[in-house]
Write a protein that binds this ligand. Structure first.
Ligand SMILES: NC(=O)N[C@@H](CC(=O)O)C(=O)O
Ligand SMILES: [Zn+2]
Ligand SMILES: [Zn+2]
Length: 346
């Protein structure tokens, strides 16, 4: 038996949704994680401080009895966002980041940004007060191949924005390429990057070989094996720029197993077991603590959690439900396709 104890981890990129879905899936995160950066891509999006306050209160009201979990709120950046509202929301401690979605890039991103010049004032204010910008880094240009959209975004959007806004603190969310890893590594400590559980496990073959697997479809879409290997090396390296953001993104099965299936993998339930498996495979179990518990708080300038989480490896494969049954419908839990012998100790 092998056992490892970490400061309780946080999830630096999480979709909690709302209503019956929120109620149904929230315990999957609160079982293991102490805090999470909560994505604002609801319909309608969480744009103002008042909307973030109301959403935070709905999350707190949905918490399971006795759960110690703090939602860290974000605002959805639009071309009409008022810098004064964002500044007040950050200074009061309500909001920990602003989320940039290029319009049309992903689920519920239509209210996102088309003309980056229109958000210049907000970004400059954020650089001044040190408020992080979380970025979904893909271009939406129809001519750009979906597998190239992250790399093109880095060159044509992200790097120019960072050069034009010195000091702006940015998190490249859910990086999926070696290009993303290399860019993050080449920059100073104003840049961090989240890596998801599923992008450490699947490449594009898992989605397409032997029949289309809708539950492996997410955005940014999983890439070639060389990119998965680069992500694994970065995540397990201990480098403070890389930290876990599960991007656990529930959609009901009807909307995933569909002629136009939604993007998103649901990994809140089994992320910690899967991360232990991946880090052990890489011979880097000693760096799981950095990736899951220390690097995120350091980037966000928050204390590391005092409570702990213990993972134990046994001879029995870990079991988790195939689906989480919510009032909105069933949500399929990410299936890695191999047995995992790591368990979270209760
Ligand atoms: N990652 C996804 O495939 N989907 C996310 C949106 C996002 O994080 O881009 C969702 O909200 O469903
Ligand atoms: Zn995204
Ligand atoms: Zn996401």
């Amino acid at each position: 038996m092998t056992q490892i104890t970490l400061p309780r981890p946080d999830d630096w990129h999480l979709h909690l949704r709302d209503g019956a879905m929120l109620q149904g899936i929230l315990p999957e995160s609160t079982h293991h994680f102490a805090r999470a950066i909560v994505m604002p891509n609801l319909v309608p999006p969480v744009v103002t401080a008042a909307e973030a306050t109301a959403y935070r209160d709905r999350i707190l009201a949905a918490l399971p009895e006795g759960a110690a979990f703090t939602p860290l709120m974000t605002l959805y950046l639009t071309e009409a966002t008022d810098p004064a509202d964002v500044r007040a929301a950050a200074e009061s401690g309500l909001v920990k980041a602003v989320k940039l979605y290029p319009a049309g890039a992903t689920t519920n991103s239509n209210a996102g940004v088309r003309d980056f010049d229109k958000v210049r004032g907000v970004l400059e204010m954020m650089a001044e007060i040190g408020l992080p910008l979380c970025v979904h880094g893909e271009v939406v240009t129809p001519e750009v191949d979906i597998f190239d959209r992250e790399a093109v975004f880095i060159d044509t959007v992200l790097d120019p924005i960072r050069r034009a806004t010195p000091g702006l603190r940015v998190v490249m969310e859910h990086i999926t390429t070696k290009d993303g890893v290399d860019y993050a590594r080449s920059q100073d400590d104003t840049l961090g990057a989240t890596i998801t559980t599923h992008h450490l496990i699947i490449n594009r073959n898992h989605i397409l070989v032997g029949g289309i697997k809708p539950h492996y479809y997410c955005l940014p879409v999983a890439k070639r094996e060389l990119h998965r290997l680069a992500l694994r090396e970065a995540a397990t390296s201990g480098d403070p720029r890389f930290f876990i953001g599960t991007d656990s993104a529930p959609h009901i099965d009807d909307l995933k197993e569909n002629a136009c299936g939604c993007a998103g993998c649901f990994t809140a339930t089994n992320t910690m077991q899967l991360l232990a498996h991946v880090f052990e495979e890489e011979g880097k179990l000693q760096n799981l603590e950095a990736f899951a518990s220390r690097n995120g708080p350091a980037f966000y300038r928050m204390p590391v959690n005092e409570e702990t989480l213990t993972l134990i490896k046994t001879d029995t494969p870990a079991a988790w439900p195939d689906k989480i049954i919510t009032g909105a419908g069933p949500v399929t839990v990410f299936n890695p396709g191999f047995p995992v012998y790591w368990h979270v100790k209760n």
